[in-house]
Design a protein around this ligand. Structure first.
Ligand SMILES: Nc1ncnc2c1ncn2[C@@H]1O[C@H](COP(=O)(O)OP(=O)(O)OP(=O)(O)O)[C@@H](O)[C@H]1O
Length: 226
């Protein structure tokens, strides 16, 4: 008898039939997406087509007007807001386009925040991820003393600190020179491969998208492979 094959792993994120509207304006409709553990998917698309909105929907930060999103088997719609916040803190790392770095906290405090919120502060891990993004030694600085590219790397370090199972990154290399961009992407990929996380990257950069296992284009009619 042939050996039983392992069942396919459950997707880290599974979105089916997503529809998003702002008032009467349909941003996108009929969007399907499944990303497996260890997989890196890049999403491209014209400016304004709804890529950031889609990431927010995947993260349960924005409500959808149709369809459903499950993260690691959990449907956002089945959770209360506090339950969703707890699930997000545990499972998700989000690199926002606008960074959302807290100005009154040091770099190290910003990066360590996900670990503190999970009740497991870990200065060693913070130092490790700061080193990994090339910001070793800057932990005690305040964000206002950093460049745009350095702030972007703080946001990436913060998204990785708690080793999330799903990383959603909105233009994470937009402010970086090509060499640093490549390093940061390699780091995001290493996290994905080493911990079986899934990485969904929204980008306009074809160089960044080239690194992905799969490339998809978001259009107003849905998602299509590139
Ligand atoms: N809160 C909101 N209220 C109304 N419309 C919104 C809101 N947020 C986004 N939009 C609109 O939804 C559409 C999609 O925006 P989104 O930022 O998701 O696009 P994007 O593909 O990420 O764009 P870019 O590549 O320029 O970052 C745009 O037309 C935008 O104006």
């Amino acid at each position: 008898m042939p050996p039983a094959r392992d069942p396919a792993p459950a997707p880290c994120v599974l979105a089916t039939g997503l529809v998003k509207r702002y008032g009467d304006a349909v941003v996108f409709a009929g969007v399907d997406l499944a990303v497996s553990p260890g997989e890196f998917v890049a999403i491209l698309g014209e400016s304004g087509v709804g890529k950031s909105t889609l990431l927010n929907c995947l993260a349960g930060l924005d409500a959808v007007d149709g369809g459903r999103v499950c993260v690691l088997g959990q449907d956002w719609a089945a959770l209360s807001e506090p339950q969703a916040a707890a699930w997000r803190r545990t499972q998700l790392g989000f690199v926002f386009q606008a960074f959302h770095i807290l100005p009154h906290l040091t770099v190290a405090q910003n990066v360590g925040l996900p670990l503190v919120l999970l009740g497991r502060p870990d200065a060693e891990r913070v130092a490790q991820v700061l080193d990994a993004v090339g910001l070793g030694g800057l932990g005690e600085r305040l964000p206002q003393t950093l460049s745009g590219g350095q702030l972007q790397r703080v946001a990436i370090a913060r998204a990785l600190a708690h080793r999330p199972r799903l990383i959603l990154a909105d233009e994470p290399t937009g402010n970086l020179d090509p060499r640093t961009a490549a390093q940061v992407l390699a780091l995001l990929q290493a996290q994905t491969r080493a911990h079986g996380a899934a990485l969904v990257l929204v980008t306009h950069s074809h160089a960044a998208a080239e690194q992905a296992d799969r490339r998809l284009e978001l259009t107003c009619e849905g998602m299509r492979p590139l």
